[in-house]
Design a protein around this ligand. Structure first.
Ligand code: SF4
Length: 81
């Protein structure tokens, strides 16, 4: 019997990278967060969950793959270039 494929937080849509997507890097799935703010202007105070700890074995049940990025051509087309 083969073991299930391991999941990588960097490919999960709940993961945000610092500094471009969030001030602190980590898991932004609400139930995994250390502190969550409802108001968008309080985003800076949010504390994400420790993705390394939560997904230590690569078997996080909440993994949700990010959508594939459209090709450069499609993105330019959408801009009307
Ligand atoms: S801990 Fe789970 S839900 Fe959070 S970013 Fe990693 S795979 Fe996604």
């Amino acid at each position: 019997m083969s073991s299930p494929a391991k999941v990588d937080c960097h490919s999960c849509r709940h993961f945000r990278h610092a500094p471009y997507e969030a001030r602190l890097e980590g898991c932004y799935l609400e139930k995994n967060m250390v502190s969550k703010q409802k108001q968008a202007f309080l985003d800076e105070q949010q504390q994400p969950g420790d993705h390394d700890k939560i997904n230590r074995n690569g078997d996080c049940p909440d993994f949700h793959a990010r959508e594939a990025k459209p090709s450069l051509w499609k993105r330019l087309w959408a801009l009307g270039a």
